[in-house]
Design a protein around this ligand. Structure first.
Ligand code: AHR
Length: 498
């Protein structure tokens, strides 16, 4: 059997993990909103039309923040269409996804839904077809208490108290030619600076996310971040990253190694942020908002009727291999939690999502639901530098890929320690030795495993075979416990203080 070892110390802390790293995303796209979180008339819908079965699944994960309303959608969105009396709201052609947007769900519905879900909003403004003026009006509508045109408009729409939205995205993927209102880095840098300035004048307490590159393979990646940050540095707080991985070539070993690319991508963006910091002799540090990340390749979205309402698009059915990659991506995010302060699994319901629904029918958890749930539930606290000794292998695109990848999180308030680990090996168990010397009295509680499935196994409305199993571990302190990680497995090893 192969062996690995990790050494854990309270002194080697990467950072206190920002809870918002476990965020997600709801876009007006396909059935994310309509038929996903919102379906008046569904047997499980409440008086607001919110599906309680979906809310229950989201609450299990404990999602701290949800980005809204896009995505590509936001770059053509008129937020005014989605507020006020529902019967007066316009139906619009939605150009990002070639659908019809009914606007029966908008800002105030979303804010009400956030309260029901116990989550916080991360609101995006349209810097594609619109600009600073509409952005500052939306901040006034949402955050100003009253006595002005837009704040009183909100009050007249039934929201007496300000929504007090703290985190805002300055557009979406503005470097992408597919984006409505696509801009060069210089054009976007200026547009974002002016929008940021006005938005913060309306409410200085807000934090702003600048659009970074749409992914690390964009031709302008690096230069885009440098140029836009140079223009905006003083006005913004975070720069965004987006990344989706696929397995079109069927090479699963290579697919499992793609989290190494994620790690490299994050480190490169950190370098650019710090280069501009140095260049400006700035004290302020820009952190990262990884506000779209996931596996995405099973669906493409082309085969639906153009201009239809809430079509079945981007409804990836995730398999067990995808769940392992999502687990590995979470490990990479947590390892970089000194700089990644916000991250959003894209998306939350139906559209490349951990939760699926049938219109009028069931809601269920996809395979990727589980690593996300586990990380969010047990990954709060301090990320610890995981000194990892493990064997390595090469794949088509990556060399020296660790056979076992892991991160540990110490929750000092609850006196809990959790090791998240993936064994990438296809055949062999890996015996993980955990050097716990600095955690005297921490005894093993349980090992949660997602393992033993066919790599192509999926959960559907009919059956959900891909489920984690829990194994109670003996509660005796041992300075070097040894835990067997099964081949191709996601593991959550939990310790508690006795
Ligand atoms: O999440 C789906 C889409 O992917 C988003 O709308 C866009 O921002 C990204 O390209």
């Amino acid at each position: 059997m192969k062996q690995s070892k990790i050494t854990l110390s309270k002194d080697y802390r990467i950072a206190k993990i920002d809870d918002r790293i476990f965020g997600s995303f709801i876009e007006h796209l396909g059935r994310a909103v309509y038929g996903g979180i919102y379906e008046p008339g569904h047997p499980a819908a409440d008086e607001n039309g919110f599906r309680r079965d979906v809310i229950d699944l989201i609450k299990q994960i404990d999602v701290p923040i949800v980005r809204y309303p896009g995505g590509n959608f936001v770059s053509g969105y008129r937020w005014e269409d989605g507020v006020g009396p529902v019967e007066q709201r316009p139906r619009r052609l939605e150009l990002a996804w070639s659908t019809t947007e009914p606007n029966t769900f908008g800002t105030n519905e979303f804010m009400r839904w956030c309260k029901e879900v116990h989550t916080k909003p991360m609101m995006a403004v349209n810097l594609g077809t619109r600009g600073a003026d509409d952005a500052r009006n939306l901040v006034e509508y949402c955050n100003h208490p009253g006595g002005t045109y837009y704040s009183d408009l909100r009050r007249s729409h039934g929201a007496a108290q300000p929504h007090d939205i703290k985190l805002w995205c300055l557009g979406n993927e503005m470097d992408g030619e597919w984006q409505m209102g696509h801009k060069t880095a210089a054009e976007y840098g200026r547009a974002a600076t002016e929008a940021a300035k006005l938005m913060k004048w309306v409410d200085p307490s807000i934090e702003l996310v600048l659009c970074g590159s749409s992914n690390s393979h964009m031709r302008t990646f690096g230069e885009w971040e440098a140029t836009t940050l140079d223009l905006c540095y003083d006005k913004i707080d975070y720069v965004s990253l987006h990344q989706y991985y696929d397995c079109h070539d069927g090479d699963i070993a290579n697919f499992l190694a793609k989290s190494c690319d994620l790690d490299q991508y994050i480190k490169t963006v950190v370098c650019v942020c710090d280069y501009i910091k140095g260049k400006k002799h700035a004290k302020k540090q820009i952190n990262l908002s990884f506000d779209e990340w996931n596996v995405w390749y099973h669906s493409h979205g082309a085969d639906f009727e153009k201009w239809s309402e809430a079509p079945h698009i981007l409804e990836d059915v995730y398999n067990f291999a995808d769940a392992l990659v999502v687990g590995l991506m979470l490990i990479a995010l947590l390892k970089n939690s000194d700089r990644v302060k916000v991250a959003c699994l894209a998306q939350l319901v139906n559209v490349i999502a951990p939760i699926m629904t049938e219109n009028g029918g069931k809601a269920w958890a996809q395979t990727i639901f589980y690593p996300y749930l586990h990380a969010s539930r047990y990954g709060r606290g301090y990320a610890l530098t995981t000194l990892l000794e493990t064997t390595k292998h090469d794949t088509k695109d990556f060399s020296d890929v660790p056979d076992v990848d892991a991160i540990s999180v110490w929750n000092d308030e609850k006196e809990e320690l959790t090791v998240f680990a993936v064994n990438r090996d296809f055949e062999e168990d890996n015996l993980l030795k955990i050097n716990l010397k600095d955690f005297a009295g921490y005894t093993p509680v349980e090992q949660i495993e997602l393992a033993g499935f066919d790599l192509m196994a999926v959960n559907t409305a009919k059956s959900q075979p891909v489920q984690p199993t829990k194994k109670a571990l003996s509660g005796v302190y041992d300075a070097m416990p040894e835990i067997a990680l099964r081949p191709l497995s996601w593991n959550v090893i939990r310790f508690g203080k006795q």
